[in-house]
Design a protein around this ligand. Structure first.
Ligand SMILES: *Cc1c(COP(=O)(O)O)cnc(C)c1O
Length: 390
């Protein structure tokens, strides 16, 4: 691609994410797997879906995994199966993708937004405790950017109040907390196979996990129009299935997930070493994995303070380097949630994060030369005097 020349006259073309680099070596395997589905004529359910559900259940160390159409649907189905409805409150972080909160509104309940712990960008257990009321019917803990929320504290608080915890692990398949995989700790786990996730399909897909057999049946029921047996509708559900073609692709990709995870970790270590040795860690806030957490680095997200973030993002873009702000507008300040009455200042750590964060390229196939380019450009942008003296 021809990127415009930056003011420095140098272009680098380091993409934020390049799905083709991951997919290209597996092309023949994909074609074979997809051909089998095409020839079978069976495009919903079937052995590919069952196999993926089994593999994911094993990987997440849970009894049951249930395919569905997306991570957003997984969240919605989790709330439906837990009977969350009008007048209920569900505690969610505000610093997350919209689907975490919109699912709550979709079932008629009210999202109660709580602030994050600045070190991890994840729900702050101290804020959680204060937000619980007699109407609180669930907590959604998001494992943002690939690191688990503090599930030890969250589960202790939830247990004391007898409130179920839903894990939004859309960005965190394979992440661990205290040795336990994401999706195995809460009442229900939710996964997304959106193409940019660590296990990404070729379109939409999602999965639910639980150790509770009765709940697993309810999740399947709600995902199938509440229908059982055929044309007998026991509850009002939705139509949400994982396509067999997606499952076939994901079964191929799952074989490589551990290796891709290692490459992401290598890239995170590479950034940490490079940004530290250049002294940029004095200017930037570098992401960390807390002790006891195994981070899977869906994103490598730095903080750029003092109102410089947008400038840095633009300059990187001019130099052909991809980066993105996840997420620029906290959910409690979104137009659609204005009636909930939050104001700027309601959740200070969330709002500060939204102004400071920038995610850098960390996909598994990123080369070390590309990574050095990203670090060098950041160095030029943020340490101009030193760059001139050099
Ligand atoms: C991607 C994502 C979702 C939604 O998943 P989809 O498959 O895109 O519907 C939900 N929560 C978080 C935190 C996500 O990153």
């Amino acid at each position: 691609m021809n990127a415009p020349l930056g003011s420095a006259g140098k272009t680098s073309n380091v993409p934020l994410l390049d799905v083709n680099r991951g997919n290209a070596p597996l092309r023949e395997e994909f074609i074979a797997a997809l051909t089998r589905v095409v020839d079978s004529g069976r495009f919903l359910f079937g052995p590919d879906v069952t196999q993926l559900e089994r593999s994911v259940a094993e990987r997440c160390e849970v009894e049951h995994a249930i395919g569905c159409a997306s991570g957003s649907d997984a969240l919605l189905l989790a709330l439906m199966a837990l009977d969350i409805t009008d007048y209920d409150e569900v505690i969610v972080p505000s610093f997350t993708f919209f689907a975490t909160a919109s699912a709550v509104t979709r079932v008629g309940a009210t999202p109660v937004f709580v602030d994050i712990a600045p070190a991890t960008f994840n729900l702050d257990p101290a804020c959680l405790e204060r937000a619980i009321t007699s109407r609180t019917k669930a907590i959604i803990a998001v494992h943002l950017f690939g690191q688990c929320a503090d599930m030890t504290s969250i589960l202790a608080i939830a247990k004391a109040h007898n409130i179920p915890v839903i894990e939004d692990a859309a960005q965190a398949i394979d992440a661990k907390h205290g040795g336990k995989p994401a999706c195995s700790m809460g009442t229900i786990g939710c996964l997304s196979f959106y193409p940019t996730k660590n296990l990404g399909g070729m379109g939409d897909g999602g999965m639910l996990t639980t150790n509770d057999g009765a709940l697993a049946e309810r999740l399947r029921l709600f995902a199938a129009h509440g229908m059982n047996p055929r044309y007998h509708h026991r509850v009002i559900g939705i139509n949400s299935r994982l396509d067999t073609l997606q499952a076939a692709v994901l079964n191929v990709k799952l074989q490589h997930l551990a290796q891709w995870g290692q490459q992401r970790t290598q890239n995170a270590l590479g950034y940490h070493a490079g940004l530290t040795s250049s002294g940029l860690h004095h200017t930037l806030g570098l992401p960390i994995a807390l002790p006891g957490n195994e981070h899977v680095w869906n994103q490598y997200t730095v903080r750029i303070p003092n109102g410089q973030r947008n400038m840095v993002k633009q300059r990187l873009n001019e130099a052909g380097i991809g980066s993105e702000v996840y997420y620029p507008i906290p959910l409690h300040l979104q137009e659609c949630y204005r009636s909930l009455g939050y104001r700027p200042g309601s959740l200070p750590e969330t709002e500060r994060a939204a102004e400071e964060v920038l995610s850098l390229p960390i996909f598994p196939e990123l080369t070390s030369a590309e990574q050095q380019t990203v670090i060098a450009r950041l160095d030029e942008l943020l340490l101009p005097r030193r760059a001139m003296a050099a």
